[in-house]
Write a protein that binds this ligand. Structure first.
Ligand SMILES: [Zn+2]
Length: 98
């Protein structure tokens, strides 16, 4: 697993670590959508409304929020399809763009 650092300065390195943490978290969470069992296009779904605004938070911070929320039982793994029909507004931080 990638080295944990409080922050990172170089974006390329940052991005690589975030992606590793993201994959690791998806794996810990079972690696499949909790509703349909798909392992395609997985996204983090907030069980309750999150307390932070995606656009104001760096990806690095967001990844920490995701990990914390998972530990608190506030995060579910959904595929992009189930996430869309989960009854919430489109999630700007679904992060399909890595
Ligand atoms: Zn699904």
């Amino acid at each position: 697993m990638a080295t944990m650092k409080a922050s990172c300065s170089r974006w390329a390195e940052c991005k690589r670590i975030i992606e590793a943490r993201r994959r690791n978290l998806i794996q810990i969470m079972g690696g499949t959508c909790v509703r349909c069992g798909s392992s395609e296009k997985l996204e983090f779904h907030h069980v309750t409304a999150r307390k932070w605004v995606a656009r104001k938070v760096s990806r690095w911070r967001r990844m920490q929020f995701y990990e914390d929320e998972y530990r608190d039982g506030l995060l579910e793994l959904l595929c992009s399809y189930c996430n869309k029909i989960a009854g919430k507004p489109p999630d700007p931080d679904a992060e399909p763009d890595f």
